[in-house]
Structure formats: structure tokens, C-alpha cells
Design a protein around this ligand. Structure first.
Ligand SMILES: Nc1ncnc2c1ncn2[C@@H]1O[C@H](COP(=O)(O)OP(=O)(O)OP(=O)(O)O)[C@@H](O)[C@H]1O
Length: 294
């Protein structure tokens, strides 16, 4: 039996100034899995992390989380860099623990334990965060995200700026959190994560998930999702027009020079754009899944 997903995005789309940076992403995170998300600069990794965490409002689509009983669903998020604040690390982590809802009693002890693990140089209390090196800031960034024991831990380029020892320590801490059942998504330019940490590997390009694998196999046995586009082709276009278009699953000529196209959901925007550019009139678009011969 498949576990109920912890977080589910359905057709999640995010638009900035009319430009789609996440395009109809549907993704279900299973509890306890560690997902490595890779993609080029600007492909949408950070936006997808924030969408999973509910940290950005979706333009369309939905996000659903499985509530952990009575407790509030807790998200830990380490952005790709921390602002250089005028606080010491202990002051900052104390604030973050309070914001994360940690009980005052255990706060300081946990902060000290995590600080010791990350092997920060001595005398960190003499410096404020705006004087920290990049690596020191990144360690604090990771600590603030995991401090309150989140259900979902989102890390954006977590190894950026860390030296070799700190990278290994970070991997050890993540392996420990994973063994405790934390669901982790980490965005990284490089798919360098150890296989014993990465259960699932996602690749994103231009706001779409283009690969989703667990143990080297497709992660989802979901039925294929498609859209049925009905249109009137311009004069002179034959019934084979766009039949070979990338993502078109099936075509059917209809009465009166009309055409029906079944196209994979992730390619439907591109097909619509191309049809319009060719002078077609779009009559309707419907969503569906599974076989296209119904
Ligand atoms: N707040 C914002 N306002 C406008 N555009 C944004 C905003 N946030 C992200 N974008 C744009 O969305 C696209 C995706 O950005 P995102 O940061 O998600 O990519 P990324 O894959 O994490 O990139 P990188 O690897 O460079 O960190 C980019 O073109 C970016 O310019």
C-alpha cells in the first residue's frame, strides 16, 4: 500500500509579471522521503521549494498537506542565502526557535547541541552575523531550518559555501534527520547527493518537472494526464497538421474542418501557442487522464 502523501501539489502554477516560472506542476511527497531537485539557474527550483512549503501563493493550482494530528504542520526552510543581520548566531537562532513554536525549556539546549555539531569557530558571540563568512552564515542557515524538528525540511543549495568537513557534517545531519522520518527536499545545481540520502531525484526545466525517479525508475505510476484541444485549423491545413507535434498523443479530424488533439498536459501550452500562431481558432480545452480513446 502506498503511504498517503505528506504534501501534494496539483497543477501548481506560479507567474511573475505575466511570466510562468512554475508550470502546472503536480507532485506528491511521501512522508520520510528525501528528494534531490536539480535544474539549471532560473529553472524554478527555489520557486518549487517555496510552493511545497506554502511559502509563496500559487497563481493557480493547489497545495494540500497531511496534518500531523493536532499539531501545526511545521516547515523548515533554508533559503539560498541568509541576510547579514545585526544579531549574533545565538540571538538569531533563539528568535527562530521561538517563531518556530519551540517550547522555551528545550530551546537553548538544542541550539547548543546543533551549534556544536556544525563546528563553528570559537568566539562566534563576539561577531554579529553581518561579519560572518559565507560558510558560517550557511551553517546558521541550515541550523535555523532544522531547529524546531520540522515535518518538511526545504533546503536551497544547502552545501553552498561549506568546506569539505562541513559538507560531510551536513550530510551526516541530514542522514540522521532522514532516519528520524523527516521529509526533506533539497535543491541543488549538481546531482551529487549520495544515493543513501537521495531516495528520489527530480529534474526541473523551465518550470516543469522533466524527470522524476526513485532508485533510477520513474517515481510515479500515475495515469498520464492530457488535455483535449478542439480547434478549427486555418484554410489549407491538412488533417495531419501538428499530428507529430511533441506531446501530441492522438488526433481526430472532426466535421467541418475541425480537429481534436489529445496532448500531454505539460505540452498543452506549447501546442496552444503553436496552433494560435498558425492561425487556428481554439474552440475548447478539456483536461483528462488515462487512456485517450474514451
Ligand atoms: N520574486 C520574484 N519576482 C520575479 N521573478 C522571480 C521571482 N522569484 C523568481 N523569479 C524568476 O523565476 C524564475 C525561476 O527562479 P528560481 O529562483 O525559482 O530558479 P532557480 O532554479 O532556483 O534558480 P537558481 O539556480 O539560479 O537559484 C527566474 O527566472 C527568476 O528570475
Amino acid at each position: 500500500m502506498t503511504a498517503e502523501p505528506l504534501v501534494t501539489l496539483t497543477d501548481a502554477t506560479k507567474t511573475y509579471s505575466g511570466r510562468k516560472v512554475l508550470r502546472e506542476v503536480s507532485l506528491a511527497l511521501l512522508p520520510g522521503e528525501t528528494v534531490v531537485l536539480t535544474g539549471a539557474n532560473g529553472s524554478g527550483k527555489s520557486t518549487l521549494l517555496r510552493a511545497l512549503g506554502g511559502l509563496t501563493a500559487l497563481t493557480s493550482g493547489s497545495r494540500r498537506v497531511r496534518q500531523p494530528g493536532e499539531r501545526r504542520f511545521a516547515v523548515g526552510y533554508a533559503p539560498d542565502h541568509l541576510p547579514k543581520l545585526k544579531l549574533t548566531a545565538r540571538e538569531y537562532l533563539g528568535h527562530m526557535a521561538a517563531i518556530g513554536g519551540m517550547e522555551a525549556a528545550g530551546r537553548q539546549e538544542r541550539i547548543e547541541r546543533l551549534l556544536a555539531r556544525m563546528r563553528l569557530p570559537g568566539g562566534i558571540d563576539r561577531l554579529r552575523m553581518h561579519d560572518y563568512s559565507k560558510g558560517m552564515l550557511q551553517k546558521i542557515n541550515l541550523l535555523q531550518a532544522m531547529l524546531h524538528g520540522p515535518d518538511l525540511l526545504l533546503l536551497d543549495e544547502p552545501l553552498g559555501g561549506l568546506d569539505r568537513e562541513a559538507k560531510q557534517e551536513c550530510e551526516r545531519v541530514l542522514a540522521e534527520l532522514k532516519s528520524q522520518g523527516t521529509t526533506i527536499v533539497l535543491a541543488s545545481h549538481e546531482p551529487v547527493w549520495r544515493d543513501d540520502i537521495a531516495d528520489r531525484r527530480l529534474a526541473i526545466a523551465e518550470g516543469r518537472i522533466v524527470r522524476d525517479e526513485r532508485g533510477g525508475r520513474p517515481a510515479s505510476d500515475e495515469r498520464p494526464r492530457w488535455r483535449l484541444v478542439q480547434c478549427e485549423l486555418p484554410e489549407g491545413a491538412g488533417p495531419t497538421a501538428f499530428a507529430e507535434w511533441d506531446g501530441v498523443l492522438r488526433t481526430r479530424p472532426e466535421e467541418g474542418g475541425r480537429m481534436s488533439y489529445w496532448v500531454r498536459s505539460d505540452r498543452s501550452d506549447a501546442l496552444l501557442t503553436a496552433l494560435l500562431a498558425a492561425g487556428a481558432a481554439i474552440l475548447s480545452v478539456q483536461a483528462g487522464e488515462g487512456e485517450t480513446d474514451g
